[in-house]
Design a protein around this ligand. Structure first.
Ligand code: NDP
Length: 344
């Protein structure tokens, strides 16, 4: 039996593929183009346990039908990671809402049509964005848990790209929970959602280091390439983080462990701000000395949290493994970038 993973060319998905192949799972993955397919086959050494199918655009109503029609008897677990994390778009409905919400609907409908008896588990890559409230994120005393919900509807989410992205994620996650409630008895699968904060860490392959990285890792990449004289806002980024290797592990445990059924896993190993990233880069990489801004060392969110906090003790209890630290995570990310750029 196989694991179906959507969005296989993504930052998080590649780690999941890597870890699942290590555990000898068979994977049916979706990518957007023939070019992505060929590149991914090559990156994973033409592993015979990896089969890739093309799903060009998850916004289309029947986007996943062909894949499920073709492989319906093989697919036991579904990991739906595909969704745009793009904070530069101005077309919020086209580029954020539709792929997130319609894409989720499309994969759920395809399972109902072609895999209602075979698919047992559905793991949805949601986000901390579906948990936090844009209005209270920087209000001291706010505490988010696995039971917190971003209260925005799509109208309220129009303020900026970040808020729209958060809105797209909460509305997509609601599609999932509503679907299983409505279809009780009609589909067999059980749901777990993964709700990570900023997912940081190395790319699965060194060759994926490029001038611009995926949205979350670009936070670190951008700072590594910022001139020391530039004005930076030390709390431009303010949120919680988790290492990508831990996020990959959680996706896999989510379908392996029964106690994770019906749970939202709020993955955070603490809060950070731009300043905290600068502090680790300046402390741990001598090659960056004098090459990047210093800011105001020791004043970041790790030392002086100015807003919401996260209580994810339930997630830690359920997952029962130690998450990687901030320093380890920034070090791993920066080390790879600098190595690829021959700047060590
Ligand atoms: P990436 O941008 O690296 O991956 C997103 C994937 O979704 C890509 O493979 C992309 O394909 C695919 N995709 C986007 N739009 C479409 C579309 N219209 N049709 C088909 N495929 C599409 O991001 P991440 O790996 O960081 O994100 C993966 C998931 O994790 C997303 O659901 C994101 O919301 C969630 N997440 C990410 C966090 C982070 O900090 N990185 C934090 C919390 C949640 P292509 O590359 O070809 O465009």
């Amino acid at each position: 039996m196989s694991v179906l993973i959507s969005g296989c060319f993504g930052f998080i998905a590649k780690h999941i593929i890597h870890d699942l192949l290590d555990q000898k799972y068979k994977i049916i993955g979706t990518v957007r183009s023939q070019e992505e397919r060929e590149k991914l086959y090559k990156q994973f050494g033409n592993n015979s346990n990896l089969t890739l199918e093309i799903v060009e655009d998850i916004r289309k109503e029947h986007a996943f039908d062909d894949v499920f029609k073709k492989h319906s008897q093989e697919i036991k677990y579904v990991l739906h990671t595909a969704s745009p994390y793009d904070l530069e778009t101005t077309k919020f409905t086209e580029e954020l809402y539709k792929p997130a919400v319609f894409g989720t609907r499309a994969i759920l409908n395809a399972i109902e049509k072609y895999g209602s008896d075979t698919v047992e588990r559905f793991v949805h890559t949601s986000s901390y964005a579906a948990i936090m409230d844009f209005e209270t994120e920087r209000v001291e005393g706010t505490v988010y848990t696995e039971n917190s919900w971003n209260p925005d509807n799509w109208d309220q989410a129009q303020e900026c790209a970040s808020r729209a992205y958060n809105g797209s994620k909460v509305l997509a996650e609601k599609e999932v929970w509503n679907f299983v409630k409505e279809k009780e008895g009609k589909v067999k699968f059980k749901v777990t959602t993964i709700n990570p904060g900023y997912v940081l860490g190395p790319q699965t392959f060194d060759e994926d280091i490029s001038k611009k990285l995926n949205t979350s890792c670009e936070i670190i990449n951008k700072l590594i390439h910022t001139d020391p004289s530039s004005e930076i806002n030390p709390s431009e980024i303010y949120g919680c983080f988790v290492n990508v290797l831990d996020v990959s592990k959680a996706h896999i445990l989510a379908f392996q462990r029964d106690e994770l059924i019906g749970k939202r896993l709020l993955m955070s190993e603490g809060r950070f701000s731009t300043q905290d990233v600068l502090d680790v880069l300046n402390e741990d990489f001598s090659v960056l000395k004098g090459k990047i801004p210093i800011g105001y060392p020791g004043t970041g969110a790790m030392h002086h949290n100015i807003g919401a906090t996260v209580d994810n003790s339930e997630t830690h209890r359920l997952l029962n493994f130690k998450f990687k630290s901030f320093k380890e995570t920034i070090d791993e990310t920066a080390e790879q970038i600098l190595r690829v750029e021959n700047r060590q």
